[in-house]
Design a protein around this ligand. Structure first.
Ligand SMILES: [Cu+2]
Length: 244
């Protein structure tokens, strides 16, 4: 293009252009004036324009400006165009969505003896045999206050129906026991004669809930963790060069 086109920033018929690399190298192959502009609207008018006079042979001219001497000596002019990361040019948004909870199976509440409650005449080991117990589960004992006790004992206390070395004891009529530790837990009624009449049971409590057997409400939930990464690249301002 002509000098006048350079002067009025009309470079649509430029000879070369690069708008993608961000680092454009132009070798000055011919002597004479070379004109460079940016043809992004308004950029040339705002000062993004350059005219260089290229001599036919390199000369050693210590009085010339450093940039001009370097350009002639090297025979090339490297224009570094910084791809300015404008505020809205390359937003990278990372969203971590944590849906659901950690790998916690829901705790289960068991009503001991179901509708029969905690009383004499019920086989509680039979009741427990169809259940699966895990740490965090709760046992609810329903009975007439003072008529029975809920007494947790050791194996020896269970075997001998003795509450002498009881671990816990309650006769309020509505006793809730949370199974806090894995292993075998033993419960008896400490009213004389009741344990030996059947008010006793032993359960094995697992450290974690297992799928399958056990309470209907005890199925483990698979933790749902969704990691959503959203990368959005808005329109970046590219630079075009026009070379005459
Ligand atoms: Cu009892």
């Amino acid at each position: 293009m002509s000098k006048s086109e350079y002067d009025d920033c009309s470079g649509m018929d430029g000879m070369t252009e690069d708008n993608s690399s961000g680092l454009t190298t132009v070798t000055l192959a011919t002597p004479g004036m070379h004109y460079f502009i940016c043809i992004v609207p308004e950029h040339c008018d705002s000062g993004m324009k350059l005219a260089v006079n290229v001599s036919a042979t390199p000369v050693d001219d210590d009085t010339a400006p450093m940039t001009s001497r370097a350009a002639r000596a090297a025979g090339s002019l490297q224009i570094r165009l910084l791809k300015i990361a404008m505020a809205n040019a390359l937003p990278l948004v990372t969203l971590l969505v944590l849906a659901g909870s950690a790998a916690l199976a829901s705790a289960t509440t068991f009503t001991v003896g179901d509708s029969q409650g905690w009383t004499t005449g019920v086989n509680y080991n039979s009741w427990a045999s169809s259940k699966s117990f895990a740490v965090g589960d709760t046992l609810v004992f329903d009975y007439v206050a003072k008529a029975h006790t809920v007494t947790e004992v050791t194996k020896s206390g269970y075997d001998t129906c003795s509450g002498a070395n009881k671990l816990s004891d309650d006769d309020s009529g509505s006793t809730t026991v949370t199974l806090a530790t894995p292993g075998t837990h033993y419960f008896i009624c400490n009213i004389p004669g009741h344990c030996s009449s059947g008010m006793k049971f032993a359960i094995t409590v697992s450290a974690t809930r297992s799928a399958g057997t056990g309470a209907s409400a005890g199925a483990p939930r698979v933790p749902a963790m969704a990691s959503v990464v959203v990368a959005a690249a808005a329109g970046a301002a590219f630079i075009k060069l026009a070379l005459l």
